[in-house]
Design a protein around this ligand. Structure first.
Ligand code: ZN
Ligand code: ZN
Length: 450
């Protein structure tokens, strides 16, 4: 997985940036200064307590189109964000770390909104980013607006983002490529291949999606249907790599074992067009331990043996609010969950993972003064710096131990809460026997989201 090309890009100048963001002077010293305060800032700002882990606000490309239409009909629209307040929203929250200043070329970022994706990525100091290409809750979407396309491409160029390597769009939650029903399968395919076409228009090479749900059929049938849809989509497009995400849920969810992913890939005709994104939270909840250096090695080895290292194309970096093998998909902030900081230290220092996009999907919602839920992107800005600071850090050092303890303390109440739920469920299911087990499986897939 090591990409020598990441070093070749080492000379990029991140200075060509939006106003107020000056990365030119971001020496190692400055970066480590930010790193030192990262944990503290996280401690101060992080507020855990949301059960919901679907933390990404969907903003859609067609909003622009709709706005234009509305503007035409109504010249004096009521309350709309002023230009000034929009600019204020994009004020820098962290200086982007120049990759050459890192001991290992780890491209860490987060999920940004599709409008102003590049500006948002720069704002949080991200070196990679995820985005939606259209509304995730609607089947019908207008085509990609040429303005939006050109803005994205020039934005990437201007801010030295290699969209082909470090942008990782996320597929629609509505799409299930394992769908058996013909009409529904066609609808899913249409939405899927439309996203792939958008990637190609935007110069994006990797496209991440959830493999699907069996709908009650066998895994074998489901994997076959997914692969068939992928083969068809590869023929309809040119270059985009379809990246399967591993899942947390058991039961009918496809992709929670390395074997599921292997079985899909085995049926894909063009192997250069398929890959895997490992979500650390999902892997852990599905029963792949990463907590200690030993379990981390074992999990990586099993992935390499069963799926193959060459298929690993990306990461979703999330801690887990739910315990090991609970099959629950509940993202926690880095270091605060059941995975803990040691797991992320292992990820950040694994040479084979260099060069791939590593995207945070951790919770950033908090309540403002009025009790309204708002996004605090500073959390991601700080988590990016925290993860970068782990590269080359001695895990036996006081610095690391202190961070580890602080972050675990932050997540304790939330971990206890979810542990209690899991324990109750286990006890309940034990009473009910196999009948309960089936129910548990169905319920386990309920929190699946990103
Ligand atoms: Zn998830
Ligand atoms: Zn994910």
């Amino acid at each position: 997985m090591a990409r020598t090309s990441s070093r070749a890009k080492a000379t990029v100048n991140y200075n060509e940036e939006t106003d107020g963001i000056k990365a030119k002077g971001a020496t190692m010293k400055a970066a480590s200064k930010v790193k030192a305060t990262a944990a503290k800032q996280i401690n101060d700002k992080r507020k855990i307590g949301e059960e919901e882990d679907e933390d990404v606000k969907v903003e859609v490309l067609e909003a622009d189109e709709e706005k234009k239409k509305k503007r035409a009909a109504k010249p004096e629209p009521k309350k709309r964000k002023t230009k000034a307040s929009k600019e204020e929203d994009a004020s820098p929250l962290a200086v982007r770390t120049p990759i050459p200043s890192l001991e290992k070329a780890m491209y860490i970022g987060a999920h940004v909104s599709v409008q102003n994706a590049v500006t948002n990525a720069v704002q949080i100091g991200a070196n990679s980013f995820a985005l939606f290409l259209k509304s995730q809750r609607k089947w019908d979407n207008p085509p990609l607006a040429p303005d939006a396309r050109d803005g994205f491409i020039s934005g990437c160029r201007h801010s030295a983002y290699d969209a082909a390597a470090h942008a990782l769009p996320h597929g629609s939650y509505l799409v299930n490529l394992a769908q058996a029903d013909e009409a529904k399968a066609n609808q899913a395919y249409k939405a899927f291949v439309d996203d792939l076409a958008r990637c190609e228009e935007l110069g994006i090479k990797l496209y991440n999606f959830h493999p699907g749900n069996t709908g009650g059929d066998t895994k074998k049938e489901a994997c076959g249907r997914i692969a068939a849809q992928l083969n068809k989509s590869h023929k309809a497009t040119k270059s985009v790599v379809t990246v399967l995400e591993n899942m947390a849920g058991g039961g009918n969810v496809v992709g929670s074992t390395w074997e599921d992913l292997r079985d899909i890939i085995a049926l894909v005709e063009d192997k250069s067009r398929v890959g895997v994104c490992i979500d650390t939270c999902h892997a852990f909840a599905a029963g792949y331990d990463l907590r200690t250096p030993e379990t981390f090695e074992k999990t990586v080895e099993s992935f390499n043996e069963i799926v193959g290292a060459k298929y690993l194309k990306a990461f979703h970096l999330n801690d887990s609010k739910a315990p090991f093998e609970s099959h629950r998909d509940l993202h926690a902030n880095i270091g605060t969950g059941f995975l803990g900081l040691r797991a992320f230290h292992s990820v950040m220092n694994h040479d084979e993972f260099r060069g791939v996009p590593m995207v945070l999907e951790t919770p950033i919602d908090k309540k403002d003064e009025k009790g309204k839920t708002v996004e605090d992107k500073q959390v991601w800005a700080d988590e990016i710096k925290l993860l970068e600071s782990l590269i080359g850090m001695d895990p036996e050092s006081d610095e690391f131990k202190k961070l580890e303890i602080e972050l675990q303390a932050n997540g304790k109440s939330e971990r206890d809460k979810i542990q209690e739920q899991v324990d109750k469920k286990v006890a309940k299911d034990a009473k009910k026997g196999t009948k309960g087990k089936k129910k548990k499986r169905a319920a386990a897939s309920d929190d699946e989201s990103d």
